[in-house]
Design a protein around this ligand. Structure first.
Ligand code: SF4
Length: 377
């Protein structure tokens, strides 16, 4: 049921991805990278679960130093996630097999430098160290220039960004790359990836529904996107992103493999009735940037406490850090993003304040009740 794919084959160290290679299953360490003991434990846990590639986020010199030591302890295929600080690529590339950059974050540093020059820097570093590259687009953080070009068509903006970055990398003569286009809404993931695959059928695709949330809803959202795309021959590697306790992260790999098996054998699941019409909780899978480990518990508490509002078509977003938290909560009716000691609460783009971890839940319920009451009026 998974038709042959048309993409070229790239190599992440000795792992072939794309073309006729098996679809690779990935995950990401949810621990702070600088805590190398916890992160190495996480790498081993994901490896034991059968991860083909393990991603680690790096934000600082301490993270780079820890990653260098982690590399010395494992032969796992490692990918590094760069966000704001693209120049860290030069320091981490010697220790990893793949570098992921987010085009939407390249304009944050050295604002006057053309994006093309920043990409050239990244590609040069990757080529020197034999790394593959992922152009990792997140629908929640695309460069403002694309939204200005396509003010009423977010999917076109995202696809144009992906196609443009492929063209930049092509012009640099580098072919060992793939693309991902992720969002928390599986319908957008299907639409954007299908349109990108039609424009660039040669480029391997990494699939994912980001911030899918907690099981079982997070798995259902992921399944909706993967069934639609993989059965059309779109997708060469995948990651299931779930909000889970650190010790349970192997479940992302198990779910990814189960989904692949089901789709291959034609076992498709029907979407529960009204799945998109009720309360939607999106939450990030956590990574090195998570600012307080209470985040997982917070996400679980929010889900439990808001069950009474299940019938209401509202979105609550819960994010683990200040890097992606402020932007990724803008589209939610209520958004929470974690700082070390406080949780920031938002209503749409409006900031309602920062609350202690033991204060936030009653305040959230108060805001949720007010939203529900306003809709009744
Ligand atoms: S929101 Fe922050 S902590 Fe959560 S996965 Fe994204 S970068 Fe990591």
């Amino acid at each position: 049921m998974i038709p042959p794919r048309k993409t070229r084959t790239i190599r992440i160290r000795d792992l072939a991805v794309g073309g006729s290679a098996p679809i690779a299953v990935q995950s990401m360490a949810a621990t702070r990278t600088r805590d190398e003991v916890a992160t190495l434990k996480q790498v081993r846990l994901l490896e034991a679960a059968g991860a083909d590639v393990i991603r680690i986020a790096v934000d600082s010199k301490e993270d780079v130093e820890a990653l260098a030591r982690i590399r010395g302890e494992t032969r796992a295929v490692l990918s590094v996630d760069l966000q704001e600080n693209y120049r860290l690529a030069a320091q981490v590339a010697p220790f990893v097999d793949k570098v992921r950059y987010n085009p939407g974050h390249l304009h944050h540093h050295e604002k006057t430098k053309p994006v093309e020059d920043k990409v050239a820097f990244l590609i040069d570093v990757a080529a020197q160290h034999g790394c593959a590259v992922r152009i990792g687009i997140n629908a929640g953080s695309i460069a403002p220039a694309y939204d200005e070009r396509f003010p009423d068509d977010h999917v076109s903006a995202i696809v144009a960004c992906a196609v443009d970055h492929c063209a930049i990398v092509d012009r640099l003569g580098f072919a060992n790359y793939l693309v991902s286009i992720k969002d928390s809404d599986p319908r957008l993931v299907i639409d954007a990836n299908a349109r990108f695959a039609a424009e660039r059928p040669d480029v391997p695709i990494h699939l994912g529904v980001t911030e899918a949330g907690m099981p079982p809803e997070g798995i259902i959202k992921t399944r909706i996107a993967f069934e639609q795309l993989l059965s059309r021959g779109i997708g060469d590697t995948l990651r299931v992103s779930l909000t889970l306790p650190f010790d349970d992260k192997g479940k992302e790999i198990a779910v990814g493999r189960e989904l692949l098996r089901d789709i291959e054998e034609g076992r498709f699941r029907s979407v529960p009735p009204n799945f998109f019409d009720g309360l939607n909780i999106i939450s990030c899978p956590s990574c090195s940037r998570v600012e307080n480990e209470q985040f997982i518990e917070l996400a679980e508490d929010v889900k439990r406490l808001t069950r009474y509002a299940q019938e209401h078509k509202l979105t609550i977003a819960i994010m683990g850090c200040r890097v992606n938290g402020p932007g990724e909560t803008d589209d939610a009716d209520l958004g929470l993003w974690c700082g070390p000691n406080f949780v920031n609460l938002k209503k749409g783009e409006l900031e309602l304040g920062a609350f202690r971890y033991d204060e936030i839940l009653p305040r959230l319920v108060q805001e949720l009740d007010a939203l529900i009451a306003a809709r009744r009026d």
